[in-house]
Design a protein around this ligand. Structure first.
Ligand SMILES: [Zn+2]
Ligand SMILES: [Zn+2]
Length: 203
């Protein structure tokens, strides 16, 4: 695990502009959204790629849903709907940005003592929430975020799959796309019919 110093900035929309877009989408501005935007901006510099992207070159794994993920999407251009964002639901404010062309990947998370530092440094009378809002916008990257160069332990090709792949589940006869089917002997099943379901019909 390496902690890297921040390389010089690329030309990206300003933080203020991205926060405006993100808070418009989100109906409010909140600290985690700012962390999402700042994380993506820093990732762009480490990967040396302009953000927000309109292609599929970068894939982002967010480790929580919610406000943070919206900030990451707005600033990176990576969205669940574009298949350039994946949710790894670990309940952690962190994201890994992968350059799918080179395989380079960086995981970015708030520094572990960040919250405490901001709390301790706030002027008397300032609400904690307001202190986070302000600090997350103004602290330099190296006082805010941690960057690690990482390697994926999952198969990127499998995850992305091939556009247009489609089979029918032998159990429910619904369509399964993106090669998410499970083959059981001669049967081709969707994950639900293969017993990996997250629901069942009401009795
Ligand atoms: Zn929010
Ligand atoms: Zn099925």
């Amino acid at each position: 695990m390496t902690v890297l110093a921040a390389p010089p900035p690329l030309l990206s929309p300003s933080l203020a502009e991205l926060l405006e877009r993100s808070s418009a989408l989100h109906d409010h501005l909140c600290p985690r959204q700012i962390l999402g935007v700042r994380s993506a901006l820093l990732a762009a510099r480490h990967l040396n790629l302009p953000f927000p992207r309109s292609d599929k070159r970068v894939l982002v794994f967010v480790e929580t849903d919610g406000c943070f993920a919206d900030g990451v999407s707005v600033a990176s251009g990576c969205w669940l709907g574009r298949r350039t964002m994946r949710l790894m639901d670990y309940g952690k404010v962190a994201a890994t940005f992968v350059d799918t062309r080179t395989g380079q990947a960086v995981r970015i998370a708030p520094q572990t003592d960040l919250r405490q530092r901001v709390k301790d440094a706030r002027p008397e009378g300032q609400k904690r929430y307001d202190a986070y809002l302000e600090a997350y916008q103004t602290l330099p990257d190296d006082a805010l975020l941690t960057v690690q160069e990482v390697e994926l332990t999952l198969d990127l090709k499998e995850l992305i799959s091939v556009h247009g792949k489609r089979v029918m589940c032998d159990g429910c006869h619904e369509e399964v796309i993106n090669e998410r089917e499970v083959v059981h002997g001669v049967q081709v099943l969707c994950p639900s019919c293969a017993g990996q379901g997250y629901l069942r019909p009401r009795p």
